[in-house]
Design a protein around this ligand. Structure first.
Ligand SMILES: [Zn+2]
Length: 359
């Protein structure tokens, strides 16, 4: 199964589209207005397995966080190459959304072309942007003027003092729950719907609106033990969606609302877009989060990449190669064992989701 996984976005896209064609899936392609680092075209490609009229639909998405896409892309290509369409009954469909954030995938960034964290962008902007208490105070330390020398030392000391005082969980909460005030900062949610959000919501309105039962499995990497896939559900005990999630996936389900997840509580995740677009479907959404490296290492890699584009001049920086190599390692375990773990868990979870939508 190593061959399901790719070394860059363009290769991943080609494998996915070739596999979709070979298995006879219906495919939609949405071209992104920008290009990749080699000038290559970018896009979100969607492959549909099963009946277009199916009312029980599982949507498995990749690359909401750009560079994390190597993981989900490998599984999506695997589902196509192993002909998962043949497992579906006439009322069930498996919809594979390849690269929710193709620009971030191609440029090996977690964020999109506007420095937006897509999983903070699906909020209701009409209701006003959420407050992000504490972020503004930390911002100058999170995004120092220089990545070495005095500026970096001062910034790191400020962060260390903050963690000493408030604890690591609070630091993670304040920095990563999403902020809507600093466009060059970390975990920025944007000022309005991004290209990716508009693309996904309009596809969902047009093609998924008739769904009755919908399972969302969004593949992510970077949190938790290496190679393990944490099932992150929504809500807590008593919430029907949470109860369904536990019924589908079992006791390993975690939730930030319960407080036992590696992730912080989030508002703007992609499932909110599907819910708005498909208000009549009973939705059961999870984030499937695969571990890579320790939390501190991952956080430092995100911070460095953010600095690189905010202050460092991007690809002109002498630190470009080193920072890109670190962020890739933080979100893609390139050894065969990691890939085997991801593929085994990915199959298990999507199988459970397909059983779940069929009640
Ligand atoms: Zn992610």
């Amino acid at each position: 199964m190593d061959r399901y996984f790719s070394v860059d976005y363009a290769g991943a896209r080609e494998k996915f589209l070739d596999a979709a064609k070979a298995t006879g899936a219906k495919v939609w392609q949405f071209e992104h207005p920008l290009t990749g680092p080699e000038g290559e075209a970018l896009g979100t490609d969607i492959a549909w397995l099963g009946s277009l009229a199916a009312r029980n639909i599982v949507v498995a998405g990749s690359a909401t966080h750009g560079v994390e896409g190597f993981c989900g892309s490998g599984c999506q290509t695997g589902f196509l190459l192993e002909n998962w369409g043949s497992r579906l009954n006439t009322n069930t469909a498996l919809v594979l959304v390849h690269a929710n954030n193709p620009h971030g995938f191609a440029h090996e960034r977690r964020v999109n072309e506007d420095n937006i964290d897509l999983n903070r962008n699906f909020i209701d902007f009409d209701a006003g942007r959420p407050e992000s208490p504490g972020y503004a105070d930390l911002h100058p330390a999170l995004v120092p003027e220089d990545w070495d020398g005095q500026a970096r030392e001062t910034a790191d000391a400020a962060i260390a003092a903050y963690i000493d005082r408030e604890g690591m969980p609070t630091f993670q909460q304040v920095t990563s729950r999403g902020q809507y005030t600093h466009p060059d900062g970390m975990f920025y949610g944007g000022l309005g719907p991004s290209w990716s959000r508009r693309t996904i919501e309009s596809f969902a309105r047009e093609h998924l609106g008739h769904a009755e039962h919908m399972g969302i499995v969004d593949f992510h990497t970077g949190l938790g033990p290496r190679g393990y896939g944490e099932i992150i559900g929504r809500g807590a005990a008593g919430d029907p969606q949470y109860e369904r999630t536990v019924a589908w996936y079992g006791s390993e389900v975690r939730s930030a609302a319960v407080g036992d997840s590696a992730s912080v509580r989030l508002n703007g995740t992609i499932d909110f877009g599907y819910r708005r677009a498909c208000p009549n479907a009973q939705q059961t959404a999870i984030t499937l989060e695969f571990g890579t490296l320790p939390l501190e290492v991952v956080h430092d890699a995100i911070r460095a990449d953010n600095w690189l584009y905010a202050k460092g001049g991007g690809s002109d920086s002498r630190l470009f190669a080193a920072i890109k190599s670190d962020i890739r390692a933080a979100f893609y375990g390139e050894d065969s064992q990691w890939k085997a773990d991801i593929w085994a868990r990915g199959q298990q979870i999507v199988e459970q989701a397909l059983a779940g939508v069929n009640g």
